[in-house]
Write a protein that binds this ligand. Sequence first.
Ligand code: IPM
Ligand code: MG
Length: 356
Amino acid sequence: MKNYKLVLLKGDGIGPEIVDEAVKVLDKAADKFGFSVEYDEALLGGCAIDAVGVPLPDETVEKCKAADSVLLGAVGGPKWDTLPGNLRPEAGLLGIRGALGLFANLRPAVIFEPLKCASPLRDDIIGKALDIMVVRELTGGIYFGERGRKEVNGSSAAYDTEMYTVPEIERIARVAFEMAMNRNKKLTSVDKANVLESSRLWRETVLKVAEEYPEVELNHLYVDNCAMQLVRNPGQFDVIVTSNIFGDILSDEASMISGSIGMLASASLNENKAGLYEPIHGSAPDIAGQGIANPLATILSVAMMLKHSLDQPQAADAIENAVAQALEKYRTPDIYTEGTKKVTCKEMGDIVCSLL
Ligand code: IPM
Ligand code: MG
């Protein structure tokens, strides 16, 4: 029987509650589909700062490197907001992305049919369905470029650098083209090539990689135009590939169109396809510990893990179907509408298990 080694980074806020429910669902899927999962836990973010003084302990990196995959809850909270940049929980997140080489961030924005009314966009703008995959470069660009402070003409100044190498652009472009090949063969590359040199190299490189994928229909958009098009006509998009910072912004926008940020999963992959999986919502410190968080994005992150890292696509489909079925009748408070039954975080986990 295939056995997988998983590291859980429960993190802060609602992180522990939602990860517990996702683990429950994964165990049920393992039972049903004939594999087993072994868990280890490690610290990341605020809980790591509290326990050992740094947001990303070496031990966490070692454990994650040795694992088949990593499941992350969420990190951060007001308690740690006043710490210097390199000691904030977010630094732990960037650190683990860098340490594991997680250069490809997949952020699907989908509308679940029963939640369609939650989208802030009108029905006629959404159209029949919404299913966008944002492929965000995650270990380069301005997030990891040289930054600092200096004096300019007697005043304090600060700078951050956006830089991409050709191999960095090529590998993320390939992930996006492959993704497009498995979907509707439509790819939009987003840049700011009318202004930025790094974007001009981005576009040139994406065009070169496109020669390997003649079947994929490729177009380019400037990031400002893309932001506008996403709310004007989101149905025009299938796969979007873009840089770290543009992807950060556009993936939040795309997720909001789906109306339920509490529902969206994400995957961050490296060259070996061992990935880190996490819900795209944050640690929601305001509702932590109350048992009312929505565990579905974390449960759907487990489904992504089964598909992209553990090679158990049937189990992944089964979880996605169970979530869709659960939504017909049951809702956590964040997505509650009249006519459905309001349930707790734990109840939602149990319901998904029972529908598996
Ligand atoms: C995200 C988050 C992070 C990012 C923060 C928390 C560092 O916004 O995963 O999108 O900017 O990448
Ligand atoms: Mg973000």
